[in-house]
Design a protein around this ligand. Structure first.
Ligand SMILES: [Mg+2]
Length: 125
């Protein structure tokens, strides 16, 4: 199967089919899936534990490490997409809407080069 040009909907269908074939839909309640996202994110963080950002970037040059990071990133995304699917969230639409809000909330002229911290929020006008 070619995997380089899969659409978001094709990816979500692949996940849906995988779950259905195994009769796992009964386990895929929103809270269990949200926990699973968090657990997989923990597994990703475990790969970063005790390493500086420079050490992480250096480790990514090793195949075993970069494969492990890629696998955990995939796990986080798979459970996130599954959670969205079960809850009827249109992922592309939700992201597009949220990005529009982010663009309005963080105008480039104020935020260029600044970290989005509560401490450097612009005063309400
Ligand atoms: Mg994992």
């Amino acid at each position: 199967m070619g995997t380089h040009s899969l659409s978001l909907e094709e990816i979500m269908s692949m996940i849906r089919e995988f779950v259905k074939e195994r009769d796992w839909e009964k386990f895929h309640k929103p809270s269990a899936l949200a926990m699973s996202v968090s657990i997989e994110l923990g597994e990703l963080l475990e790969l970063f534990q005790w390493k500086s950002d420079d050490e992480i970037l250096e480790s990514l040059k090793e195949k075993e490490y970069s494969d492990a990071v890629r696998a955990e990133v995939a796990d986080v995304l798979i459970y996130t997409l599954r959670l969205a699917d079960v809850m009827g969230v249109d992922v592309a639409k939700a992201i597009a809407e949220k990005m529009e809000k982010n663009i309005a909330k963080y105008p480039v002229e104020h935020w260029d080069g600044k970290a989005p911290s509560k401490l450097n929020r612009r005063e309400p006008e």
